[in-house]
Design a protein around this ligand. Structure first.
Ligand SMILES: CC(C)(COP(=O)(O)OP(=O)(O)OC[C@H]1O[C@@H](n2cnc3c(N)ncnc32)[C@H](O)[C@@H]1OP(=O)(O)O)[C@@H](O)C(=O)NCCC(=O)NCCS
Length: 331
């Protein structure tokens, strides 16, 4: 029997850089509230959201993801040709094929990279960190470009009182690369397809198979709320324990920016000391799904609240239902 080479698995991985893209158009609660018999006050009180960004008609997953990727690449000080894998986490790319990742790889000049899209909705970025970490430690890649990009406004029913005010658009990116020390803790992840209908974009029953156009997003808000608050605490506990740290060791908590009340409930459940900084980017960004964690992480970095080397706990959760959490060091 031939002997296949044993891969060199002695590498460490870390998040090397971050990039973001926020569309220019700011949408205040009042703009959305009238159509759903709601108010700025109700939306703020139930979600913490004050405003969000909507992409322009000509902006796409590819254009927004490319802008974020460009920033991450510049900051990482590597050449695009040094990227081995491009992963785009998204659930709002309009094409079944080709992938947004292949397009972004071409635009950025990552001519040696493999590329694929990752469908884990709001857990997409945290899933991607776990995959990139594993690829690098296994010796299968040296540099991975991970992008989370969404244009959820394309799939929002602005007459739906349960979703019209929650979701938004944007993109975040990270380069995950080889490092002298391990900068990414073990990823705790999972999925529960039995709850698939809790957040869903079904194929349009009229055009499915012809144009393949997904219908607008629908959500059982209270069910998702209870699931996130009831089960993400334990997922975070496990991510902390697997990384060998306690809540006191963490500099910042960066949960998926779904809703301020979910964040507040998780903060209470995890018993973080006052010193731990809590990401609250949802106030100005809404829920941008796979883009929310990198946008929130970068906002904390830009404000000077966290600095390179600080340990942060990230947790993503959403449609699937999917979830993923890990501790990582700030690039
Ligand atoms: C969407 C969400 C804010 C709705 O809040 P809720 O408290 O569950 O709302 P309910 O549907 O139970 O309605 C409660 C009351 O508010 C009213 N209401 C519902 N939507 C409203 C709106 N947009 N504006 C004003 N009032 C509204 C209802 O009529 C109801 O009034 P009543 O008590 O007089 O009957 C909440 O369920 C939520 O945040 N869920 C989690 C969603 C999420 O984060 N998903 C993404 C995860 S990735």
């Amino acid at each position: 029997m031939i002997k296949l080479p044993t891969p060199d698995t002695s590498h460490h991985s870390a998040i090397i850089s971050l990039g973001t893209y926020r569309p220019a158009r700011i949408v205040k609660n009042d703009e959305l509230a009238a159509r759903i018999d709601s108010s700025d006050e109700w939306i703020r009180e139930r979600t913490g959201i004050i405003e969000r960004r909507f992409a322009a008609p000509d902006e796409t997953i590819v254009t927004m993801g490319f802008e974020a990727a460009k920033q991450a690449l510049e900051q990482a000080e590597i050449n695009a040709t040094d990227i081995d894998v491009v992963i785009v986490a998204t659930f709002t790319h309009r094409y079944q094929t080709p992938s947004a990742a292949a397009e972004i790889a071409a635009l950025i000049g990552a001519t040696h990279a493999s590329a694929f899209d990752l469908g884990a909705a709001c857990a997409g970025f945290a899933y991607g960190i776990g995959i990139a970490d594993a690829l690098i430690r296994a010796g299968s890649a040296s540099n991975v470009l991970l992008v989370g990009a969404e244009k959820i406004s394309d799939f929002t029913n602005f007459d739906d009182r349960g979703t019209a005010f929650l979701f938004a658009d944007g993109a975040g990116a990270a380069i995950i690369g080889q490092s002298d020390v391990q900068g990414i803790g073990p990823t705790v992840w999972g999925a529960d397809g039995a709850a698939r209908e809790a957040i869903i974009m079904e194929p349009d029953t009229v055009t499915a198979g012809k144009q393949g156009v997904p219908s607008l997003l629908t959500m059982e808000g209270q069910r998702v709320f209870r699931w996130a608050v009831g089960s993400m605490g334990e997922v975070c506990d496990r991510a902390l324990a697997d990384a060998g740290v306690t809540p006191e060791d963490i500099k910042a908590f960066v949960p998926h920016q779904a809703n301020m009340r979910i964040t507040d409930a998780l903060v209470k459940r995890l018993k973080f000391p006052e010193s731990v900084i809590i990401a609250r980017d949802v106030t100005v960004s809404g829920n941008t799904s796979s883009a929310s964690i990198p946008l929130a992480l970068d906002a904390l970095r830009q404000s000077g609240s966290i600095k390179s080397g600080d340990p942060v706990l990230m947790v993503g959760f959403g449609a699937g239902l999917t979830f993923a959490a890990q501790v990582a060091l700030v690039p």
